[in-house]
Design a protein around this ligand. Structure first.
Ligand SMILES: [Fe+2]
Length: 446
C-alpha cells in the first residue's frame, strides 16, 4: 500500500489484490489438512484452524458488509462464536463451530459480496472509507491470521503431525555478511516516530511524534542460533545473574533449557521445523525465544535489548535528510530482494542477508525474518486515539505486554511497516520471535 493518495480505480485494484493474496494464503494453510486436523485444537494457545477460517470471514462481514456497506447480518447467530473477546482460544474447540465446508462456503459468500462493494465504494466521506482503510484493515487481519495459522502448523507438526508445508529455503548469506561489523552506531537526537500519514496504519502506530534519543549501538543483524548456542554452552540458563527475577522464576517453573523446538542430539542441537528435524544452522537468526530468554542473553552478552524507540530509530532515521523513512531502505514497497516476508520461506534467512534492505545506519533484516523483542512495554503514543474500536489496541496497553517489531518471514507485506507494533506476553515463544541487542554509546541510563 502506497503512502500517496490513490485514485479510486487504482485503490480498487490494490484492495482487490491484497484481499486475494490474503485469501490465497489462507487456502494454502487450510486446504492441505483434512477436516479432522482443521477441527482439532493442536494447542490451548491456538484456535482450531476451522475457527480462524470462519472468524476471518465473520470480521470481513462485520466491518465491510455491515459497517461500510450497511447490509443486514448474514448469520447473526454465529457472531458470538467468532468474537475473539467473548471466547478465549482455549474454549473455542468446545463451541458449535461451523464445520470446514460451511466455514469455507461462508468465507466465499462474504468475499463475493465484498468484491461487489469494492466496485461501488467511493473511498471517502467517512473515516472508515478514507484511503480504503476498512478494506486495508481487513486484508491485514486476514494475513495476521495467516501468521497465527502458520504457528498452529508448527505446533501441529512438532507434535508428530505429518509435514504438509513445503517451501524453498532462502539462499546463503551474501559474501559480505561475514565481514559486517557486529554493531552499528545510531546517532542521538530527535526523530519522528509513528505515523499520521500511512493510510492503513492502525491506531497504535499513530500519531507521528518527535522523540529524542541518546546515541546507541545496535546489532547489525538479529542474534543467530550460533551465538545463542554459546549462551547455552556457557550455562546461561543456569545462572540467575542474567535473568530478571520474573524471568528466573519463569525459567525454573517452565523448565526452560533452550529455545522452543530445540533438542539435544549427542553433542549437537537440532530443531523442529514444520515436521522435520535438522541440525541448527548457526548463521540463522534465533527463533522461538521468549522475552525473558532474549533479555537474559543480552545481559550475558554485556548488552541489553533495544527500546522500542531505539528500534524504530535504527530502522528508519536517515541522518542525511533528518527524516524518518517509510521502510529501512526507503519508500518503495517490500519485495523479495529487500526482505524475507510473506511465507515465501518458512524460516529466517541467514544473518547478513538482504543488503539492499539495510537501514541508513547499516543494520540489516530489521523488516522480515524474525519478530524482534524490544525492552519496552506496550503503551499508547502521545495523542493516541482508539480507532476504530477500543479492543484493537487500547485494552492491551500496560506493563504485561512487551513490544515486538519488524515482522517475521510469516508476515505479509501489507501488515508489515516500520511503524507496525506487535505485542505479546514475555513468556510467549510459539510466535516467530527473535531479537537483536543494543548498548548505549554513552553511559548506560541508571
Ligand atoms: Fe482476529
Amino acid at each position: 500500500m502506497t503512502e500517496a493518495q490513490l485514485d479510486p480505480e487504482t485503490l480498487r485494484g490494490v484492495i482487490a489484490r491484497e484481499l486475494a493474496d490474503a485469501r490465497q494464503r489462507t487456502a494454502q494453510l487450510t486446504d492441505c489438512l483434512d477436516d479432522a486436523d482443521l477441527v482439532r485444537q493442536h494447542s490451548p494457545l491456538m484456535s482450531p484452524l476451522v475457527w480462524d477460517l470462519a472468524h476471518i470471514a465473520n470480521q470481513e462481514e462485520l466491518w465491510l458488509l455491515r459497517e461500510v456497506g450497511g447490509r443486514e447480518p448474514m448469520h447473526p447467530e454465529i457472531d458470538p462464536l467468532y468474537d475473539a473477546f467473548e471466547h478465549p482460544r482455549a474454549e473455542r474447540p468446545s463451541l458449535p463451530l461451523l464445520p470446514p465446508a460451511e466455514a469455507r462456503a461462508y468465507a466465499r459468500e462474504v468475499r463475493g459480496r465484498v468484491l461487489d462493494l469494492i466496485d461501488r465504494s467511493p473511498f471517502g466521506g467517512t473515516r472508515l472509507l478514507s484511503g480504503g482503510f476498512a478494506f486495508g484493515m481487513i486484508a491485514q487481519h486476514e494475513v495476521q491470521h495467516g501468521e497465527t495459522m502458520l504457528i498452529t502448523h508448527q505446533i501441529r507438526a512438532c507434535r508428530g503431525g505429518s509435514p504438509v508445508l513445503a517451501t524453498a529455503a532462502p539462499g546463503p548469506a551474501p559474501a559480505d555478511a561475514f565481514r559486517l561489523p557486529s554493531e552499528v552506531l545510531v546517532p542521538g537526537g530527535p526523530f519522528t516516530m509513528g505515523t499520521s500519514t500511512e493510510p492503513w496504519a492502525l491506531d497504535n502506530e499513530r500519531p507521528a511524534h518527535t522523540v529524542d534519543v541518546s546515541s546507541f549501538f545496535v546489532d547489525t543483524t538479529p542474534v543467530t542460533c550460533g551465538a545463542y548456542a554459546e549462551f547455552i554452552a556457557d550455562r546461561g540458563y543456569d545462572d540467575p545473574r542474567w535473568w530478571t527475577a520474573a524471568g528466573w522464576e519463569h525459567r525454573q517453573r517452565a523448565g526452560l533449557t533452550a529455545p522452543l523446538y530445540w533438542s539435544r542430539d549427542g553433542s549437537q542441537w537440532t530443531r523442529g521445523v514444520f515436521g522435520t528435524t535438522e541440525p541448527i544452522r548457526p548463521e540463522e537468526p534465533i527463533l522461538h525465544v521468549c522475552w525473558y530468554e532474549a533479555d537474559a542473553y543480552a545481559r550475558w552478552a554485556g548488552r541489553r535489548l533495544p527500546t522500542e524507540v531505539e528500534w524504530e530509530k535504527a530502522a528508519r532515521f536517515d541522518p542525511a535528510t533528518g527524516l524518518s523513512r517509510r521502510y529501512p531502505w526507503g519508500s518503495s514497497e517490500p519485495d523479495s530482494a529487500l526482505a524475507n516476508l510473506g511465507q515465501q520461506f518458512l524460516r529466517p534467512a541467514p544473518a547478513g542477508s538482504y543488503p539492499d534492505g539495510a537501514a541508513p545506519c547499516g543494520a540489516r533484516q530489521l523488516i522480515g525474518d524474525v519478530w524482534e523483542w524490544t525492552s519496552s512495554d506496550f503503551r499508547p503514543y502521545p495523542g493516541f486515539r482508539a480507532w476504530p474500536y477500543r479492543e484493537y489496541s487500547e485494552v492491551f496497553f500496560g506493563p504485561e505486554y512487551k513490544v515486538l517489531r519488524g515482522g517475521s518471514f510469516a508476515v505479509s507485506p501489507v501488515a508489515c511497516r516500520v511503524t507496525f507494533r506487535n505485542w505479546d506476553y514475555p513468556i510467549r515463544r510459539q510466535i516467530f520471535s527473535g531479537f537483536r541487542t543494543a548498548r548505549s554509546a554513552g553511559p548506560e541510563p541508571a
